[in-house]
Design a binder for this molecule. Structure first.
Ligand code: CA
Length: 223
């Protein structure tokens, strides 16, 4: 999952990106409306956008309006310091999916992020299953026959990406996008290393993570 944070308050943006990264999301950060607008016009798709309304150069309303005019449907949570009903209504009318009034707790923001991502990705069923391996996309925890599986946050992201498309190929580029933001340098074999670890950990569930040479990876039930 890849999240864009557009927030000009550096302290808040630092806190937000740290907590999102700890939860295993890849995070990109911008501090002005113009930067947000331009990165959203780029090649990189985002699974979710956290958008401050009071941004320099171009406000969050304009960024949001442009985004929806381009028919980009990624969920947007707007942040506003202004506790005014008018701003919230305007934001929601322009196509925001949710809003938070500052100050808010990171816990609450994370819960709303999970809820929106769930809505977009797996409909109403938060459990992804493959063999006896289950992945709870709400709590972002994996288990085998109900026994919790110990995974690092990057392993969680990788497994989630594979299980969302169980039985289908997920390209190495898609996995890299989910795991790393622009500011992080991924080593060439990072994905192979994580896949290797995930294979070991998920082997008891009777699933296999296969390498499809030149295409990517696929998780499915072992024949
Ligand atoms: Ca602001």
């Amino acid at each position: 999952m890849r999240i864009l944070i557009a927030e000009d308050d550096e302290v808040l943006a630092d806190g937000l990106s740290r907590s999102m990264r700890q939860s295993g999301y890849a995070v990109d950060r911008v501090g002005t409306g113009l930067e947000a607008d331009s990165i959203l016009r780029g090649e990189q798709p985002y699974d979710l956008i956290i958008l401050d309304l009071g941004l320099p150069q171009m406000d969050g309303f304009a960024v949001l309006r442009n985004l929806r005019e381009r028919n980009q449907h990624a969920p947007v949570i707007i942040l506003t310091a202004r506790d005014s009903v008018g701003d919230r209504v305007k934001g929601l009318d322009l196509g925001a999916d949710d809003y938070l009034v500052k100050p808010f707790s990171l816990e609450e923001l994370e819960a709303r992020v999970r809820a929106l991502l769930r809505r977009g990705q797996c409909g109403t069923n938060p459990m992804l299953c493959c063999g006896s391996l289950s992945f709870d996309s709400v709590g972002r925890r994996a288990s085998i026959n109900g026994q919790p599986l110990e995974l690092t946050s990057r392993e969680v992201s990788l497994l989630e990406a594979l299980m969302l498309r169980a039985g289908k190929v997920v390209s190495k580029e898609q996995l890299l996008e989910r795991l790393y933001s622009y500011s992080e340098e991924a080593s060439n074999n990072a994905i192979e290393v994580y896949i290797h670890r995930l294979r070991k950990k998920t082997a008891p569930a009777g699933v296999s993570i296969r390498t499809i040479r030149g295409l990517g990876y696929i998780i499915d039930n072992q024949p």
